[in-house]
Ligand binder design. Sequence first.
Ligand SMILES: [Zn+2]
Length: 719
Amino acid sequence: MSDAPLNILRSVFGYEEFRSPQDEIIEELNAGRDALVLMPTGGGKSLCYQIPALLLEGVGVVVSPLIALMHDQVEALRQLGVEASYLNSTLNSEEARQTEAKLLSGELDLLYIAPERLIQNRTLDLLAKAKIALFAIDEAHCVSQWGHDFRSDYLQLSVLSALFPKVPRIALTATADERTRQEIIKRLSLEKAAVFISGFDRPNIQYRINQKDNTKRQLLHFLRTEHGNDAGIIYCLSRKKVESMAAWLCDEGFMALPYHAGLPAQLRRQHQNRFLREEGVIIVATIAFGMGIDKPDVRFVAHLDLPKSVEAYYQETGRAGRDGEPANAWMVYGLSDVIKLRQMLESSQAEEQFKRVEQHKLNAMLGLCEITSCRRHALLKYFDEENSEYCGNCDTCLRPVQTWDGTVAAQKVLSCVYRSGQRFGVNHIVDILLGKDTEKIKQFGHQNLRTFGIGTDLDGNQWRSVFRQLVARGYLAVDVAGFGGLHLTEQSRPLLKGNEKISLRKDVSSSTKTKGKSKGHKNKHNIKDEDAKLWQALRACRKALADEHGVPPYVIFHDATLMEMMEYKPTEDSQLLKVSGVGESKLEKYGAAFLAVIASINESAEIDNHTNVLAALSDGLSAETIAGQCKISIAAVYTELSREIAAGNLNLESVISFTEVELHLIQDTILIFDDPGREGMQLKPVFEALEGKYSHGVLRCVRASMSIGQVAPVRPSLS
Ligand SMILES: [Zn+2]
């Protein structure tokens, strides 16, 4: 493979190395061959076609259904110095004409285009006159009629292989099971394409599913302890709940905005834009929100209602942490969710075959909720991917679930349901089990049942937990009429007869749930106290530049890039260029601004260090104590002290105590290697000659005292 792709990766995009299999995919396209790419969100899909588009002659045409995204995508490329443009219904005719002219004159590197626009004869004629480098078909799963994102326009994209047989095509998606994969290949005529499957794992996402007891209290605890100022998405099933939740969160001091299909388009757009452009905005949404959101720094996705399938759960939670930084997928679910969804499905008017598929999907989702082993393992297995059975970053791994033999309890429940006529809901059956004296019990004479009061060994909540698990696992079914009546199923017979055992999950109350200590709990970006000021300043600088250029902050730089700046504190262009995410174009545009921020914070930190260290020293404290007290490293303390010594403000003797022999040894060693007064003298050889017995900081202080000819009076050391 030539160096060209890597050079572009470094100079334009600012990344050091490719992530496998990006380089192989690029090689396929450069050689004029087709590719099908399955890569999880955040895996770096777009580079796979952007780099070949820059290398090959002509324009790279990107087909995407996400019109709302195109403006920001194109803007992000222009920030990198790439000639990019888009064609969709949001442009007026003059703007469209200008873009078309650029296309024909060969000025464009990349052109984003909506599928409905592409398949128009007029557009195809236009493309036939232009030089095309490649076609990239993004969100390729939209071609699948089985999926929930089906777009009929995608079916017609097969025309590309017929009209442009020599142009390489790449289809990309983040979600596609085996069947969808086959459909993509067939419908887009990609039989000859090399297939690249990168796996579905999103290791930076922590999966957590809690039992619902008090949704609002649980959510508030989660947000306050882990996501104080973070951007996130909260999913609810109904529009009404979306609105009430958003309003309530605002009352609680969060910046939360509602989003659902019932809101006026203008307001929806406004909320989406604020989510993209401002920091720390929470969107409360129905599933209508998400497709078309490419915000990399969403730190959490919370589900207050159960998604309908594992695919939906994976896709919705996948909107968190696209930048690869730690993120949470958090959900609460309970008995009522199980009953509600089971009921919706039972009473659906859909065809039997469709209903069976849906039933199967819901069962898989419920299975994921009730599982007592690693959630990630189960999630990936659903997509036919094998993974370790311990991921260390899901709730069941972090806090293993206790189980208990629920056979007898389940038998009591099933028998109670059977004897009361298989038409009552959970609450009434629990009353029978507990032997309660209620109106309804008397009305139906249920105090006379043999099962009346046989369940006093558990309390109401524990019984509800048993019911939830029995319904989730298919031992009890919900009536079609919609009143929540339960009846037995084929599956419950062996359990009831004692031919089968059942192990149940021991629910933990949410207040004692996973707190702290966990590996993935560093969601607050792990910022050390002394860096907090720099982090805030870097973010403020990014926000100001974003506002100035009318783009979302992450288009300027991702969080990960700012984190690296914070860590390495570059002081010049060449160092800044080494930070991942900083390419030549961005260095030129923003380098000076960020370097200035880092320099000013460094300076003020030095001034702070200086005054603090001197004050502490006058209190007679040791270097170690000063470092602890001023929250800086010991090396930084010695740097301050050596400067003071060199300036003649401080005696070596007042700082460090040596024996005469020790001091002479150090002084002699320094003299062997160099003149202590020389600018830039290296202490490393001295350090090594003294076998590391004295730290660089101590040596620096001795050297400073020698450089000004200070003859330190030696006092007897106690050691
Ligand atoms: Zn796990």
